[in-house]
Ligand binder design. Sequence first.
Ligand code: DAH
Length: 338
Amino acid sequence: MMQGADEVENVSKSFDEDLHSLPLEELKNKYLSKKGLISKLLEKIPTLPPQERRDFGKYVNNLKKHIEETIKELETANQTNEVSGGRRILFDNDVTLEGKKPPLGNKHILFKARDELMEIFKSMGFSFFDGPELETDFYNFEALNFPPYHPARDMQDTLVVGEKVLRTHSSAMQVRAMQTWGVPIKAILPGRVYRREEVSARKYPVFYQFDCLAVGKTIGVGHLKWTLETFLSAYFEKNVTVRFRPSYFPFVEPGNEVDVKCVFCDGKGCSVCGGTGWLEILGAGMVHPTVLEYAGVDPDQFSGFAFGVGVDRMAMLKYGINDIRLLYEGDVNFLGSL
Ligand code: DAH
């Protein structure tokens, strides 16, 4: 074996190791400077037997070339790449490199709107009541004063599962809430509801609602109006004007549709309010005595108001979304853009 070959190999090995740990300048110094390891190897040449000098010289020069080229590559790589903490970007499998940051998720816009709404009611001292999505006919209809075969049941196309129904509205929790917590009560009943609907820009067979229910000894229409104005002003972040239009829901008397003066055009008429200057927002009314009776509450002593809000509609209005399907179809580009 050629004399001095191990020494060359040792230098080659140590270079491979230092490559991963030494800063570039030190690396250059250690191997390529006048007093560097390559020079040291070359200095040995005159001490070798003459017939071996050529091969040894070639061997060292090959290593030198390899080291020079590698360092050059590193220098250009460092110019084009970010260098962090003096570390070099070298190999794909260098575990010390900073990884690519995975994109961070954000809260779904529907739940952002829901949480904003819930926060408002929390700050107004309401409690939150939860009930089942698979509901009995009793709580979804009968206790809300929809008798069997009552035509008002057709107002909502119901999905039936065996003996039960998928609740068609969050009002289904009203009687449960009063039975569970008793009266007086001041509660928000939020949840997912279902209807047999064709999917369109405005309708989806599953969506979110909440009912607001307040029952006490002296609750009147004034409390309803104040609560509506207060929560809608907080949600839309401006003082809103509401108007009541008489309407019919079996579980309230009187019943009303509640409109808000368009928060986008201030009532002048725009594309969001369809030129009417008003946004139809929710249904409301004074709890029907029959509903109180079903809940075991004496309607001669207690009265209350209730209203029901579509969370989807509220989210769409606030965040300028004109197609409900966008809320349910998980298009990451759309959801990430909000
Ligand atoms: N449950 C009704 C619906 O889904 C909305 C509603 C109307 C709720 C009037 C109420 C109310 O609490 O008083 O269409």
